[in-house]
Design a protein around this ligand. Sequence first.
Ligand code: ACO
Length: 354
Amino acid sequence: MSPSRSRRQPPPDAAPALAPLRPGAPRAAVLGTGRYNPERVLTNAELATMVDTSDEWITTRTGMKERRIAAEHEHTSVLGANAARAALEQAGVDASEVDLIICATVTGDMVFPATACFIQELLGARKATAFDLAAACTGFIYGLEVASQLLEGGVHRYALVIGAEKIGSVTDWTDRNTCVLFGDGAGAVLLGQPREGQVAGPGVLASASGTDGSLAHILNIPVGGTRTPLTPENYGKNLHKLQMSGKEVYRQAVGNMVAACQDAMRKAGLGPGDIKLIVPHQANLRIIDGVAERLKIPTEKVFINVQRYGNTGAAAVAMALDEAHREGRFGRGDKILLVAFGAGLTWGATVIEW
Ligand code: ACO
């Protein structure tokens, strides 16, 4: 885990914050953020013409009003590359300088090769090592943890961490239990060592993550892998589309997200009062409210865009971070808490100092 560089004393019950980085040591500063939202808007009213649902049900149960759906030619790699270009542009770094591309996704272009490879080609990032990270909605958080360790270990200088999903392509559009919840999009950050004279905060301070594979069955795409291949016989059952026990996922979400946040803050030597903004996974407004309430973080410190984009899987936190950044919701020196949970089950939280 990355050393903490907080100047605050840790709370009394916390594990001691880690020693500061030695001067000149490699860093995982956030140098740029970006996102890409497909143009096509799918509203609750339009969904109500497709399945037996209503704007009222979707709004009160989830907080969602609309979501974006990618065009046919906008593969997951295209969404991810567009978000990455925006992050590189903001950072003033050329794609040819990028050493590492991690694409968090569970809706990749193909079973293999990795979507990150297609992104590398689209960006012209010829020297980058590129691979995917499959941790569903937590993928971007896991990706930040992996990339920051590789940067701080001196293995790489610039890493793109991308969350990109085309969940609409694996959605059963006849199932009202799931089809109202998801959308497409991508977000990205460029982590790296600031150039001489470039002002950038320490970046990733601490992370905490977890997995519970015994709950893999409550959210998955059961057919189409090597366990149960897609056949003409099982095709009509739509089991190659996303399946979810919404209530069970809901039950697991708040507790695991809160625990991850507390753990990450403890490792960074921080408490909820030190956090300028929490950027949570955008799966359901009630889940977000529950997490904020349990952490005693006031609503104005919680970034929410679920009403406009729905749940975009691994892209959600990355997109929300970029939106909050470009809206000026935080600045140099602020501590930001990112948190997500998803299929696996997986969960994780990361504290970033900007
Ligand atoms: N419109 C109208 N009625 C609906 C709809 C809909 N779109 N969907 C379900 N209903 C009905 C159900 O059939 C049920 O009817 P019944 O009582 O007659 O059986 C009723 O509404 C209530 O359903 P519940 O499941 O009790 O609704 P709940 O309040 O739990 O909300 C929801 C459902 C929104 C799915 C919620 O459980 C949730 O958000 N769960 C978490 C899901 C999640 O976050 N998933 C993403 C994880 S991230 C990842 O890795 C992709």
